[in-house]
Design a protein. Structure first.
Ligand code: HEM
Ligand code: HEM
Length: 532
């Protein structure tokens, strides 16, 4: 019998058919691959968070192979001579071992730490993008709430992470955590004993924090990120207003090949930047801080940047101790427990608070520019200013030392600043938004300033204004785009984006999932025009 020759070209198709016969994947895979997403640089911020989280998982797994989460005392006998013979915990010893003896250990440790900082920074900026563009409005309130929970978890995951190497710095942080827990009225002492397994520092805290850090919190983070990104798919991504974009469609590019290739490249870029930072810039040199000893607090002990606001709140709060029902409540309770509680819970309710005032119950798929909603923008700027004042105050000892300022003066500047700066910030931001709106209206009525000055026959100087583009082929004028001024001429560069024709065509998808390639050259320009 003649054997049929095997044709390699048919292999992918055959494998695909076999898989589809069993798992019925073709239809959902096609749906996913052809899904249309809008394009804008600010939508990359969530992705930076996602990619740095993946780097954290990878580098963290490597560290977990060598780190020993034990507080058993040992005598150091490693290669770092200045600490030779010193008593220290196994946790600290194993972190020194990772840094000096494990191949590539230091680079991975530093990558893990830099990735953690990038992760939280990306989260803050992503949250800011979502807030200032009004992306949290109906129907995306659930994703805003999940996002807030993700932020709280990320904050504690970082705190747990830098608490486990048991060096001088992490022990100082733990001491503060112990004090804060004990300050809680009624349950403080019990909560402390339950957490630390007795008096501070005890012998179990590093082991417990380790389990939370490598298992519980990353597990919850992973599950919630899955739901979060899944919801972005299910509810469709919001888009900036612009020609051709409505509340009922999405104008953008397909998942495959556009976003798959773009995201793949972007992931490698984020990975490369973290690797470069881990390789070139020192971070958390625990061998300089020494093993933790309860009696030693080094000066200039600084937590990671995202914890500084808490430290600042504690430093700024006056030493007021109230006695309530016969119980003395330590001063630290108010800024640390109540202050942090407010900072973490109020944002969760923000979409509903705003809706109460605006009575806006509509669905929103088009975003707002910060100036379009001056009150929200001013509130956001005010909160940012509180974060900055408390963060600077969290480092006030270092600033006082470096710039030769009195520490008391720094504390008082912070106390006055936390009352005055937010008020000024609110007012100034509100005015700037109104000013920008006014400017938009001027452009709409007089056209764009060209910078060309002319002189008329009477000797009067005037600036030449370029009129706005005529209504597009759908009959839309700039005024209809929610106050968006889209001067077509200024955005020609954006029109170059769909450079490879055909495959990379911009697509419009409506709410029923119907897709339409944007064919006419004018349309392409419009997609570019929206890409501010
Ligand atoms: C959002 C996720 C994470 C954040 C923000 C984070 C943050 C941190 C930070 C700041 C440190 C201190 C690093 C240093 O010594 O300079 C640390 C240590 C550590 N992390 Fe993570 N981490 C995360 C996820 C993970 C995961 C998923 C694992 C393991 C599967 C892990 C394993 C470890 C280990 C073993 C250490 C101790 C070793 C050391 O300090 O060098 N981490 N983490
Ligand atoms: C681990 C943390 C997080 C990850 C990995 C993540 C990832 C993402 C990604 C990839 C997107 C789509 C692209 C984009 O718009 O940037 C997105 C959208 C979104 N995120 Fe996050 N995010 C995180 C945390 C947060 C936080 C802290 C908030 C707010 C409190 C938030 C609220 C939202 C909302 C409302 C959307 C929908 C935006 C829209 O359709 O315009 N996320 N997130």
């Amino acid at each position: 019998m003649k054997r049929r020759k095997f044709d390699m070209k048919q292999l992918p198709g055959k494998v695909g058919n076999e898989l589809d016969d069993r798992f019925k994947l073709a239809s959902p895979a096609r749906k996913l691959m052809t899904k249309v997403f809008p394009d804008h640089w600010s939508f990359l911020l969530g992705e930076i968070a996602l990619f740095s989280f993946i780097v954290l998982l990878l580098t963290g797994t490597f560290l977990a192979l060598f780190f020993e989460p034990s507080m058993v005392e040992v005598k150091y006998d490693g290669v770092y001579t200045p600490l030779k013979g010193m008593e220290m915990s196994k946790a600290y010893e194993s972190t020194l071992h990772i840094s000096f003896e494990v191949r590539g250990g230091l680079v991975i440790r530093q990558m893990h730490h830099w990735a953690a900082l990038l992760f939280v920074a990306a989260l803050l900026v992503h949250m800011g993008r979502v807030f200032f563009s009004g992306a949290f409005r109906k129907p995306r309130e659930t994703n805003w709430i999940i996002g807030c929970v993700l932020f709280i978890l990320a904050f504690f995951e970082g705190l747990l992470g830098y608490s486990i190497p048991d060096d001088g710095l992490s022990g100082t942080g733990l001491r503060i955590m112990s004090g804060i827990t004990e300050s809680i009225p009624l349950i403080g002492t019990w909560a402390h004993n339950a957490l630390f397994g007795g008096e501070y520092p005890g012998e179990v805290i590093v082991t417990r924090f380790y389990i939370l850090h490598v298992l519980l919190v990353p597990g919850i983070l992973l599950a919630l990120i899955g739901i979060h990104v899944g919801l972005v798919f299910a509810q469709k991504h919001s888009q900036w207003p612009g020609p051709g974009r409505t509340e009922h469609n999405v104008v953008g590019f397909r998942m495959f090949p556009n976003y798959v290739s773009k995201q793949g490249g972007f992931f490698m870029l984020v990975f490369a930047v973290i690797a470069l930072m881990g390789g070139l810039f020192q971070i958390n040199p625990i061998w300089l801080f020494g093993p933790y000893e309860a009696s030693v607090v080094s000066s200039a002990s600084q937590p990671d940047f995202y914890v500084l606001f808490l430290e600042g709140l504690v430093r700024l709060f006056p030493a007021w101790e109230f006695t309530i029902f016969g119980y003395m409540v330590p001063a630290v309770f108010w800024p640390a427990v109540i202050g942090m509680g407010v900072a973490f819970t109020v944002p969760i309710f923000y979409p509903f608070i705003e809706r109460r005032f605006t009575k806006d119950k509509a669905h929103h798929n088009l975003l707002e520019r910060p100036r379009d909603n001056p009150t929200r923008t001013a509130v956001g700027a005010m909160v940012t200013s509180i974060f900055l004042v408390t963060t600077i105050s969290g480092a006030n000892d270092v600033i006082a030392d470096q710039f030769n300022i009195s520490l008391n003066a720094m504390t008082w500047a912070g106390r006055i600043g936390i009352v005055v700066v937010p008020v000024i910030t609110y007012y100034v931001t509100h005015r700037i938004c109104l000013g920008l709106q006014q400017h938009d209206r001027e452009v709409l009525s007089h056209g764009i300033e060209t910078g060309i000055l002319r002189r008329d026959a009477n000797g009067r100087f005037y600036e030449v204004h370029q009129p706005l583009a005529a209504p597009d082929e759908h009959g839309h004028t700039e005024l209809e785009y929610n106050g968006w001024v889209v001067p077509k001429k200024m955005n020609r560069v954006g029109a170059l984006a769909p450079a490879v024709k055909g495959f990379f065509k911009p697509i419009e998808e409506d709410t029923n999932g119907e897709k339409r390639a944007i064919e006419s050259s004018d349309d392409k320009k419009e997609v570019g025009a929206g890409r501010h």
